[in-house]
Design a protein around this ligand. Structure first.
Ligand code: SAH
Ligand code: SF4
Ligand code: F3S
Length: 442
């Protein structure tokens, strides 16, 4: 028997790429590859890339540059670029960086085994089509080894929203939902492998409308309801949602489904109606705030997370202040904020930008406010009891770390056997990015 070939995968960008990287490794497993965490011993290196902002996309080229010595030391080493930069730039990547042997877009991962075979014959391989077939139907069934207690599961991919700043509709293609039965099968298989928490993924996950087993489409709420019946699956989350796709049944599910965790990532981008309109978000700040009210009425302890862009073309100081007001009105437990980055091919890229110094200043002010809110919400957890799904050893000996219902990282003294279990924990302290606590008798 020949020794297995080794695959090193580096993942950038969103959770969907994390999920895809796992599935690509499985697809290449059929070609005799096992994964390694050491690029210097790999036979193939795959970069799973992100195109969302200029910085993210440029990172790929600096990483490729760093791989040059490895390729020089091992001429048989194959280097591939997958993900959203692969989709957006295609063959241009090979022109700009000739050491790249393979370019594969996010909808073509099921063709990786054939592409790899081409590489072995000394040919280059490029595939950035949007094939009519569903890549997930062709990927191998997930193999059986035990795995960590928390897993991602992609249920919806692509986006039809075309926000004026965003590349996702171009890199991931049109919105597609996987049939409910396939999602349920994959979820059961994950639970059999030791998974206790599943995060359903989609670029617009709450627009899910997959075919139901008896005909007719299922909403995300219906899918969550069916997942909740799987024994051994203790927690369900979903991300990322668009405010306009928050259906009544999904809002209600937050009040009715115990397994659905009280945390919601609901990006708004801006608090200014003028900017929201220019962004093509198709809702107002007031509509977003109303929606949050309804969600909180259904689930009073719901913790909200959001995404914000500062310095979108045309954003004035008054527009930015409207964003600050919205943040004050909501109170976020967690948030991501970015300076606007003009992306080639998007409508907003044609518009005159806000000066960088202003963007920097606004980002700083927004991040200070968001951090203050995050800290206050964390500090208020001290003295309270939460339930933690323990995932892995913590930094200190004897410690384990896991996530609370509200997705706070929690450290506590616990035996290794706590891994994969949900235990009651009394929070005793709040640090910058995590909480500390003591496991209590169940
Ligand atoms: N589908 C999700 C977001 C996907 S991209 C949604 O609709 O909310 C993740 C985040 O990156 C976005 O929410 C936005 O805040 C940010 N982003 C996207 N394009 C950007 C750009 N051109 N410049 C800066 N930030 C951007
Ligand atoms: Fe991008 Fe908007 Fe689609 Fe989100 S909804 S992926 S921000 S186009
Ligand atoms: Fe990036 Fe593509 Fe995700 S652009 S954020 S990896 S969908």
């Amino acid at each position: 028997m020949t020794a297995p070939r080794k695959l090193f995968v580096k993942t950038y960008g969103c959770q969907m790429n994390v999920y895809d990287s796992e599935r690509m490794a499985e697809a290449l497993g059929t070609q005799g590859y096992v994964t390694t965490d050491r690029p210097d011993e790999a036979d193939m290196i795959l970069l799973n890339t992100c195109h969302i902002r200029e910085k993210a996309a440029e990172k790929v080229y600096s990483e490729l540059g760093r791989l040059k010595p490895l390729k020089a030391a091992n001429p048989d080493l194959k280097i591939g670029v997958a993900g959203c930069v692969a989709q957006a730039e295609g063959a241009e990547i090979m022109r700009r960086q000739p050491l790249v042997d393979l370019v594969v877009g996010p909808q073509s991962y099921h063709r990786l085994p054939q592409m790899e075979a081409r590489l072995r014959r000394g040919e280059a391989a490029l595939d950035t089509e949007f094939p009519a077939e569903d890549k997930f139907d062709h990927l191998p069934a997930r193999p059986r080894p035990k795995r960590g207690p928390s897993a991602f599961l992609t249920v919806q991919e692509g986006c039809d929203k075309f926000c004026a700043f965003c590349v996702v509709p171009y890199t991931r293609g049109a919105e597609v939902s996987r049939p409910a039965a396939r999602v349920l099968d994959e979820a059961r298989a994950l639970v059999d492998r030791g998974v206790a928490e599943i995060t359903l993924l989609g670029q617009n996950v709450n627009a899910y409308h997959g075919a139901g087993p008896e005909g007719g489409d299922w909403t995300l709420a219906r899918l969550i309801g069916a997942l909740a019946e799987i024994d051994g699956l203790e927690r369900i989350r979903y991300t990322t949602s668009h405010p306009n796709d928050m259906g009544d049944d999904l809002i209600a599910a937050h009040g009715q489904c115990d397994k659905l965790m009280p945390y919601l990532h609901l990006p708004v981008q801006s608090g200014s109606d003028r900017i929201l309109k220019a962004m093509n978000r198709k809702h107002t700040a007031e509509q977003y705030l109303r929606l949050i009210e309804r969600l909180r009425a259904a689930r009073p302890d719901l913790l909200l997370s959001g995404d914000f862009i500062v310095g979108f073309p045309g954003e004035t100081e008054a527009d930015f202040e409207a964003t600050m007001d919205l943040v004050r009105a909501v109170g976020y437990g967690q948030a991501y904020s970015f300076k606007y980055s003009a992306r080639p091919g998007t409508p907003a890229a044609e518009r005159a930008g806000v000066p960088v110094a202003e963007m920097d200043d606004r980002l700083q002010r927004l991040q200070a406010l968001l951090l203050e809110q995050q800290r206050a919400i964390q500090a208020a957890m001290v003295g309270r009891d939460v339930r933690v799904l323990f995932e892995k050893p913590g930094r200190l000996p004897g410690q384990m770390v896991g996530k609370s219902e509200h997705l706070h990282a929690v450290h506590a003294e616990a035996p290794e056997a706590a891994r994969g279990r949900v235990l009651p924990v009394r929070i005793t302290a709040s640090a910058a990015h995590s909480l500390a606590g003591e496991v209590r008798a169940a």
